[in-house]
Design a protein around this ligand. Structure first.
Ligand SMILES: [Zn+2]
Length: 148
């Protein structure tokens, strides 16, 4: 990671689940993949990467839905807010949904990923780097290593 991790706090809509973590605020990414669209109900989701080992749930814990052979999505079991995506075998991929941060205004998006499923009417003229899902060698390898 290019920048230092910053301490953040956050939680779900109803307040049942709360967390503290160190995240890389300046390397947040828009993800346009279909799973994130379906899971969030939004045209894209912005995730901020968590420094491995720094995430602590300070109040209750999310429930997880295993959305792919290697990744899962955590949500509040009471209000349904999506909080986190993680891959237990790749802790460095863990990212929090930035809308759940107490101060999402501190996030600085740095790229768009999975733009192959970006909705045609959802245009952000921000000049940030863009990549297709098949252009990420690590993600591609994770899929190839599954039994799918
Ligand atoms: Zn909640």
């Amino acid at each position: 990671m290019e920048d230092e991790a910053d301490k953040v706090t956050g939680g779900c809509l109803c307040g049942a689940v709360r967390y503290e973590a160190e995240v890389y605020l300046k390397t947040a990414h828009y993800c346009h993949c279909r799973m994130r669209q379906r899971s969030s109900g939004a045209p894209a989701e912005i995730g901020v990467t968590v420094k491995p080992g720094s995430l602590v749930f300070t109040k209750d814990e999310p429930k997880y839905y295993q959305s792919s052979p290697f990744g899962r999505r955590g949500f509040c079991p009471h209000c349904g807010s999506r909080l986190i995506w993680d891959a237990p075998s790749r802790p460095e991929w863990t990212n929090l949904c930035i809308g759940t941060l107490d101060h999402p205004e501190d996030v600085v998006p740095s790229q768009h990923i999975c733009v192959d499923s970006q909705l045609p009417w959802y245009q952000l003229d921000d000049g940030l780097p863009r990549s297709r899902s098949d252009e990420d060698p690590e993600l591609k390898a994770a899929w190839l290593n599954t039994s799918y």
